[in-house]
Ligand binder design. Sequence first.
Ligand code: FAD
Ligand code: DHB
Length: 390
Amino acid sequence: MRTEVGIVGAGPAGLVLAHLLHLRGIDSVVLEARGREYVERRIRAGVLEQGTVDLLDEMGVGERLRREGLVHEGIELQFGGERHRIDFPSLTGGRAITVYGQQEVVKDLIAARIETGRPLLFEVGDVTVNGVETDAPSIGFVHDGERGELRCEFVAGCDGYHGVCRESIPAGVLTEFSREYPFGWLGILAEAPPSNDELIYCYHERGFALHSMRSPTLTRLYLQCRPDEDLDEWPDDRIWDELERRFALEGWMLNRGEIVEKGVTGMRSFVVEPMQFGRLFLAGDAAHIVPPTGAKGLNLAVADVRILADALAAWFEHGDESRLAGYSAEVLRRIWRAEHFSWWMTSMLHRLEGGDAFDVKLQLAQLAYVASSPRAAASLAENYVGLERV
Ligand code: FAD
Ligand code: DHB
């Protein structure tokens, strides 16, 4: 098998890259370890920045997103028994975010890929990345019980944090930067109408809580918990009681419903530099992880491949190597901005293990500043909706 770009992973990074390349007339093969059903059902992120929505639209895959996505012009911060709205359009020159599940984005991208007739292989095993330090890289894999080899000009490692591409780079090439947080999020999806028009980021002495949604009948909620929290200790009633306690506000009620999905996510910050080794380019979670508090993970993955697609097109169309050579430095500017924002939101909103009364006072002072100063609020808002330039 031969192609121009071999793409490992059919998450948002791999699928957006494949479609951007297709639109430039560049051929690719996408190899995905899981089955189609699995990747289309995997519930993860939900907040799309304005720039992500605009790109999906320009790519011709934004039709359902425009129809079903929920446009939000603000978020609420809750602390000290009050809610404070951060208004995005007035603070960012008219920008907003859209709530639309990651698995819906993935469904739309898979449908678009299949329509192009270009290859997307599911349930691919034993992926190995070879010869990326030469002009003739290849990807070994097993599909339908048969061993295959994909020869290509470039390999895009879009295979997420646990993928094989980053691991295939020899020791000593990459520098890792990371931070583990001593907490996680217990997330649920419930068949209940959202209890509030806006997302609520809630600071509480018992721990952080987040109210989000997926549709007018589906609520997405998160609770700060231990990173290794045992879900068996969390029967549905306990989850609802804990959410109610943290979101409690005079005259407000949390809608309950059947919990249709439950999971615990650990939280970490992680970056590798550079994001290239020879003809292998890493993008998305394969190269960086943010804690979810700033809703940046999916958006960063899309921002990476937008630049990678342009750089690859410059090479294929004009033989220009400079964009590829500059890829890593260019995307790392946005990545580190998002790393800082996500760390800052996480530190401001979570109960800190081992923290003392002084830490609590500092967090409350910071929250009060963001809620009361238009300049502080604008900093949160412009990062949240996504900076146009970094
Ligand atoms: P992924 O979506 O991870 O896609 C990588 C793909 O590669 C996967 O389909 C995987 O199956 C495939 N793959 C892996 N190994 C191989 C291999 N060897 N061969 C072939 N294919 C392979 N972000 C937020 O902003 N908010 C959230 O609430 C949020 N919740 C999350 C919850 C969880 C459990 C996780 C894991 C992430 C969450 N994120 C969240 C982060 C966000 O979902 C990611 O940043 C986003 O999915 C990154 O896209 P990606 O394409 O880079 O990686
Ligand atoms: C959602 C996830 C986030 O990480 C976030 O900051 C906001 C919303 C969500 O899943 O809806």
